[in-house]
Design a protein around this ligand. Structure first.
Ligand SMILES: NC(=O)c1ccc[n+]([C@@H]2O[C@H](COP(=O)([O-])OP(=O)(O)OC[C@H]3O[C@@H](n4cnc5c(N)ncnc54)[C@H](O)[C@@H]3O)[C@@H](O)[C@H]2O)c1
Length: 286
């Protein structure tokens, strides 16, 4: 087995970081959870970061913390506090970025990590409100279709770099059913389909596109799902590592896939969950 001397490993990390400095990572949902952790990790890897997020005054300190971390790596940060599903904002941001980045195709990483969906039952038994047509459409638009529209806009403005990487955050809801999660489940299934379609349409430019399936992770989005405490307990029991996934676990997987050689992994659904999803039996396995 070939073992690299620690000095050589450090040398290759340094070379990667220097090469990445001319590129940008565009992160949709950059202020929290997976998007926030990935923004900081990719800045450590040398990328400048464009962040899109939707925050009120109360959560702005976390946004500042992420921007400070990016800047502490001597990297640039451009953050937009807007609704990523707003078509006019998207067009405006892409135009502004085109000017700021001198019309160069320097966005090498695009990550979709938006959590904004309606968590209601389809057929409630009590007098709970049922999900409406508008709520279903909104959930699919933000959590799935906006991936396609952002990639289109960045591509149209000639900002997407060849050999780039696109990531979209999915969950086990894409292939299983979870109470109150019906609309988000549908969005995850659509998102995974969009990933496959983008992978074949962008393959000619050597851009790889993948869905990253994280395990249950304690973030503000998870806390909004009714029954999240039992989801956390079950996940801890199921996960072969005996703990929950963290945003940093996922950021490290994305960083790994951005390294040289990662380009040949495309069109896939990558488990970044420590093996949680494959476990169906909760109890002693050995
Ligand atoms: N937390 C989990 O257990 C888990 C597991 C698997 C997949 N996921 C998925 O990962 C993604 C990110 O989730 P998270 O847990 O990191 O959530 P989070 O709440 O920590 O972060 C969500 C981010 O999305 C931004 N956002 C939400 N709506 C927006 C909008 N309309 N416009 C612009 N920005 C918007 C927020 O500002 C924030 O930056 C989601 O797609 C979620 O479904 C979550």
């Amino acid at each position: 087995m070939l073992l690299l001397h620690p000095f050589l490993t450090q040398y290759f990390t340094f070379v990667d970081r220097e090469e990445n400095k001319k590129y940008w990572a565009l992160i949709l949902g950059a202020s929290s959870g997976f998007g926030g952790a990935t923004a900081m990790k990719l800045a450590e890897d040398g990328y400048n970061v464009i962040g899109v997020h939707l925050d009120r005054q109360a959560t702005m300190p976390n946004v500042e913390k992420i921007i400070d971390h990016i800047k502490s790596q001597q990297r640039e940060a451009i953050f937009y506090n807007v609704n990523a599903a707003d078509q006019f904002k998207r067009v405006e941001i892409a135009k502004e970025l085109s000017e700021k980045l001198n019309g160069q195709p320097v966005i090498k990483v695009l990550m979709h990590s938006l959590a904004f969906g309606t968590l209601k039952l389809f057929i409630p038994e009590t007098n709970e409100q049922t999900i409406t047509h508008a709520q279903m459409e909104m959930t699919l638009d933000v959590m799935a279709h906006s991936l396609v529209y952002w990639v289109q806009e960045i591509h149209l403005n000639n900002l997407l770099a060849d050999k780039g990487r696109i990531f979209a955050m999915t969950s086990s809801g894409g292939h299983t059913a979870i109470p109150y999660y019906g609309a988000v489940s549908a969005a995850k299934a659509a998102l995974e389909s969009h990933v496959r379609q983008l992978a074949i349409e962008l393959g000619q430019r050597s851009i790889s596109v993948n869905a990253i399936m994280a395990g249950v992770t304690d973030t503000p989005a998870l806390r909004k799902i009714p029954g999240n405490q039992s989801m956390i307990e079950i996940a801890k029991q199921k996960n072969p590592h005996g703990r929950l996934t963290t945003p940093e676990d996922v950021a490290k997987v994305i960083s790994l896939l951005c390294r040289d050689g990662g380009e040949w992994i495309s069109g896939g659904l990558i488990h970044a969950d420590g093996g949680e999803d494959i476990v169906s039996f909760v109890g002693k396995s050995k």
